[in-house]
Design a protein around this ligand. Structure first.
Ligand SMILES: *Cc1c(COP(=O)(O)O)cnc(C)c1O
Length: 449
């Protein structure tokens, strides 16, 4: 292992002449110490809520660096990483092509406030691979993509109503942070403090996998075409086609939130896999190669409602950022049909090894696979993969917390929440999956009843 040790006590360590590559010194601050120090200046010690271990208990591991399938915490522990930045990383951490692209771009300056060839090339790459995206506009996160798509859909249609589905996640933007109450067609209620009723008064939250009957005040239907934020829920046969037909019937726009599925399920995303063409698509995660990015792509006539051509405002100081677009393009250039075939095989193997280890340990669990994505469901309330949020919510969260901590102690990092996907990428080679199988089997034996 090579590289620097960014988080030891540099002054003291240098004085002591330490040249170790992994710091195990007595004076080395622990995860706990780093986290406590962060929490004194960052609320809850995290910059994205799910990273806190609130759902599973305990203290987060604090990452000092990552390479391929592995992350290393500040204590020098090596973890096989199944988080992969919640899906932003698909080639593995610090992939040489991506790292090189970022280095080169950084040498040319990091942001100009003017158009660049790099953003043009990434837009072309997306448009070539995803035919529904005749035009592409970049921003800095998936959240910005979905919030821009909301404004664009409303501006383009002159309508207010937005339809979303229970258990789908579209980022931290007010109009899409509605929590439906009970009932079939519920008026949105704020899903978090700080969102006024008015902000979600025009958001309807409906059950996933049921095609709703819409009326002609609906501007857009937002959907995760494969739901990957409530465990992993595949679209039921006919669901996406039904949404397409119903949107066409009432003149509403169909918006696919492919922030996770885009360039992860395959070159053309979920829309190619299920052969349903949305009007607009939101991207993030993979298209930035691990740097901050978001994009909205879609039909030319709709996209041209955005300023400066149309009247729907969009702007961003760092939008189309040279580093992010360079990293994203480098990542997309590594991804082709063969790679996705390989990733599917690895997803199946990861699912199988997790299932086998759970069976051996007497733990009831499901690890559904959709293409290259793997989900988790714990407990015996269901004996198959969930098909909607009601079912997904019956997962045994306390059992998940036990499994999570057993795996973390055994050198495997899952996301600290029972509803997240398991991310397997190009760096999870057969050798890594062998190692994963060993670690998981050993770790879960420890909690077998
Ligand atoms: C992660 C995610 C978002 C939000 O993207 P950020 O870059 O975190 O803002 C939106 N939609 C889906 C489906 C996501 O998984």
């Amino acid at each position: 292992m090579t590289g620097t040790i960014p988080f030891c006590d540099e002054t003291a360590c240098a004085r002591a002449g330490c040249t170790a590559t992994v710091c195990r010194g007595a004076g080395m601050p622990s995860n706990q110490q780093f986290f406590d120090r962060s929490a004194r200046v960052i609320p809850g010690g995290v910059n994205s809520s799910i990273r806190a271990f609130k759902a599973v208990g305990g203290t987060p591991y604090v990452v000092s660096r990552a390479q391929g399938a592995f992350v290393y915490d500040v204590e020098g522990n090596e973890l096989i990483d199944l988080v992969q930045s919640y899906g932003a990383i698909i080639l593995g951490h610090a992939h040489p092509k991506v790292t090189e692209a970022i280095r080169t771009a950084a040498g040319d300056g990091t942001s100009y406030g003017a158009p660049t060839p790099r953003e043009m090339k990434l837009a072309e790459a997306i448009s070539e691979r995803v035919p529904s995206c005749e035009r592409v506009r970049f921003m800095n996160s998936g959240t910005e993509a979905t919030s821009t798509a909301v404004r664009l859909a409303r501006g383009a249609t002159g309508r207010k109503r937005i339809v979303t589905f229970h258990g789908n996640f579209h980022g931290a933007t007010d109009a899409l942070l509605a929590a439906g109450g009970s009932g079939v067609a519920t008026l949105g209620l704020p899903g978090t403090a700080g969102v006024p009723d008015e902000a979600v008064a025009n958001t309807w939250v409906l059950p996933y996998n049921v095609v709703p009957t819409l009326d002609n005040d609906v501007a857009a239907v937002f959907v995760e075409p494969v739901a990957a934020n409530m465990g992993l829920v595949a679209p039921a046969a006919g669901f996406l086609e039904g949404l397409r037909a119903e949107c066409d019937r009432v003149g509403a726009l169909l918006v696919f939130d492919e922030v996770i599925t885009g360039f992860r399920l395959g070159t053309g995303g979920a829309q190619a896999k299920y052969d349903v063409r949305p009007d607009l698509t939101c991207f993030g995660k993979v298209i930035g190669g691990g740097l901050p990015i978001g994009a909205v792509g879609g039909r030319r006539d709709i996209m041209e409602n955005l300023t400066p051509l149309g009247s729907v405002f969009h702007a961003g100081t760092l939008a189309g950022n040279p580093l992010a677009t360079a990293a994203g393009l480098a990542a997309l250039n590594e991804l082709n049909a063969d790679v996705y075939m390989e990733l599917m095989a690895r997803a199946r193997r990861a699912s199988a090894l997790l299932r086998d280890a759970c069976v051996d340990a007497g733990i009831a669990a499901q690890f559904p696979v959709v293409g290259t994505l793997v989900g988790m469901y714990f407990g015996d309330a269901l004996h198959r993969a969930p098909t909607n949020f009601e079912e997904a919510k019956t997962t045994n969260e306390s059992l998940y917390a036990q499994v999570f901590h057993a795996l973390l102690s055994g050198g495997v990092a899952l996301a600290p929440g029972a509803y997240e996907a398991v991310f397997v990428g190009l760096s999870h080679t057969d050798a890594v999956l062998d190692q994963l199988a060993d670690r998981v089997a050993t770790a879960l034996k420890g909690i077998a009843r």
